[in-house]
Structures are given as C-alpha cells and as structure tokens.
Design a protein around this ligand. Structure first.
Ligand code: ZN
Length: 356
C-alpha cells in the first residue's frame, strides 16, 4: 500500500481495532478503507500517505471502571498523573471485547484491507502485494484462562503476540500504573500462571510484549524466556521518568537478548515534564531515539506508535505524518541504512527470530 519513494514502516503497536469496535458505524471495513474521523490516526488513506506498511494490531479489553467514551476521546488523558491501577477485569468482559475486536481484524483481512500475518515471511509477502501487514496482538491476557485453553484457540486464529498484562493486575501478573514520576518497580512479579504463560508463549513462538509489565514482572520474563526481550511501545525512563518507560537496567537486558524497543509517540511518555511544551516535538522524539540507539544499538530500535491509543506529537499527527518523523531522523544525521532499520528491518528481524 505504501506509495513510491516512501520508506515503508512497520509499527510495534496500534489500537485501531479498539476504535473501530466502539465506533457507531456498523461497517467497520468502510470506516477503515474510506477514511476514519479526523482525530483518529490510522485508516487506509492515511496509511498509504505515510508509508504505514504493517504493524502489531492490538486487541485491548478496557477495564469496566474506565469510562469508555473518555478512552475513545483520548486514552492518555483519562489517567491522572498518579492514578492507582485500574481494577482487574472479569473474564466474561474480557472475552466479549476480545472476541469482538478480533472479529474486526478478521473482517478487515477477509476484505483485503489488511493481511493477517503469522510470520515474517507473511509480512514480507503482504508488503510485496502492497497490503498492510497485520500481526494479531492482545494487550492484557484477561481473556485467557488459567489452563491456557483460550491461548490455544487464539493461536489457532493467528495470535502471534501477547502483552501478558495491561496497566492493571490479572492472574498472570501486575501492570505498571500511569504514574509520573515513578519507577516501574511498583508491585509483585509474575504469578505461577504468568510463568506458565511465558513458557507456553516460548513453546508456541508467540512474542511476549513487556511494555505494560512492572519491573519485577519484567525481571521474571527475562529470567525465564528464551526469546528476545521486546517492549513494543515504550520510551526511556532516564529522559522521562514515567512508570511506563524503561530503566537503564531494562534497556540493557533487552540489548543482551538482541531484543527491540518501539518508540512510543504518547506525549506523556516522551516529554521530560508532561506540562512543559517549550521543547519542540522533533527534539523530544530525537532525545529518546538517540538514547535508545545508544543503549540498544542500531539493530534494537523501531517504531511503536501507540496510534489510536495515544496523544501524538503534532509533528507526526497521525499515520499520514510518519515520513515527517523519518525526515527528522534524516536531518539529525541518521543515514538511510539506519532509517530503514528503524522503520522496517529491525522489526522484521526480531519478529523472524521470535515467531518465525
Ligand atoms: Zn499500551
């Protein structure tokens, strides 16, 4: 789908399925292919314009205690700067929304608007056909039972990536709160069920996303998992001390496994002080990307937009503005080889080494 002369981008995280699920329109395919509301971030026209060629498509079951309308309006602003973790989500609620949002992914695939991909080879084939490559991801594993039977079902349907927790507790572990300033060391690590989930993901070659996990849970995955450590949409804690960002130790652990971090566009995870708007967007984004490259090397960085779940810097705006970010990298002195790695090749490499 990418137009000529655009550098194709694979993106580590978006929440468009969530937006489509809660939209009033019954025809989700048309909403995606013909154009979504102005304040959304991804649809087919915007993807073409910006070179958005693929990504992890998240299924996210919201907590019952978070007002859905507010979440749709602006995911980040729902959370005060020192908010306790949202309450645990019931399996019934999680099932209902997980199945419904996944159905939209399959509908988009069947309509040819995206291509559901189960491997790096599938992603490359989708790119060759000019179709958006979508990897089925769940953000928060609340729909999965203790015996992991539903994991088997989801895997059969094409699931290849899991964030064991969102920013709340579940039977597998504990997420980090939306808290600033705060260390990510905010609670206990993985449960026995969480350890079983990690082993099962290793066995099945399902990617484990560490982005919403607290630090002890992260340590548990690092000790147990035989896969590269991956945070699909997180930034640098040393620059922005938000609980959702990664400490130097965490970045080092990711580097040691030849893992990857996707740069998150959410402004409250980017800006050193959330209310200080004096630093230009380009500089804010570059500080994190420079630091990620320094800590992880040129092969350990990618994009993790959080489109349709984040407040995005004006410089980028939405998926149509992705090449502007690459131009910022270019103007800063990154070479074309590094830009292509950040945009596409690093994600493809770590996906190939993780899910095949
Ligand atoms: Zn997220």
């Amino acid at each position: 789908m990418a137009e000529r002369n655009l550098v194709p981008i694979f993106d580590g995280h978006n929440d468009i399925l969530y937006k489509l699920h809660y939209a009033d329109e019954a025809d989700k395919v048309s909403l995606f292919t013909e154009g979504s509301p102005n304040d959304w971030h991804i649809d087919l026209p915007r993807a073409k314009q910006g070179g958005f060629a693929g990504g992890m498509f998240a299924v996210f079951a919201p907590s019952a205690d978070i007002p859905t309308e507010a979440l749709i309006e602006n995911a980040a602003s729902v959370f005060a700067i020192d908010e306790p973790l949202p309450a645990a989500l019931s399996m019934d609620d999680a099932h209902r929304t997980t199945v419904a949002m996944a159905s939209i992914l399959f509908e988009l695939d069947r309509a040819g608007a995206i291509a559901l991909c189960r491997s790096a080879a599938d992603i490359r084939a989708a790119r060759d056909r000019n179709t958006i490559a979508a990897v089925f991801h769940i953000e928060g594993a609340e729909a999965i039972d203790r015996d992991l039977r539903f994991l088997e079902t989801l895997y059969g349907l094409g699931l290849r990536s899991i964030g064991p927790v969102w920013s709340r507790p579940n039977i597998f572990g504990h997420g980090v709160p939306f808290r600033y300033p705060s260390s990510p060391d905010t609670g206990p690590g993985l449960t026995d069920a969480g350890n079983d989930l990690v082993r099962a993901c290793n066995d099945k070659k399902i990617l484990i996303d560490l982005s919403h996990l607290n630090e002890r849970g992260f340590r548990d995955v690092a000790a147990l998992s035989d896969a590269p450590l991956i945070a699909t949409h997180s930034n640098v804690h040393r620059i922005c001390p938000h609980a959702r960002n990664l400490t130097d130790w965490q970045l080092g652990a990711i580097r040691d496994t030849r893992g990857l971090v996707g740069l998150n566009f959410e402004t409250t995870f980017l800006r050193s002080a959330p209310d200080d708007l004096s630093v230009p967007d380009a500089e804010v984004l570059l500080r994190h990307m420079d630091a990620l490259i320094l800590e992880l090397g040129e092969d350990g960085v990618g994009i993790g937009s959080d489109f349709d779940g984040a407040t995005v810097p004006e410089l980028i705006g939405d998926a149509s503005g992705l090449q502007r970010l690459l131009n910022v990298f270019r103007d800063h002195g990154y070479g074309e080889d590094l830009i292509e790695k950040i945009a596409w090749r690093n994600w493809l490499s770590v996906i190939e080494r993780t899910i095949g």
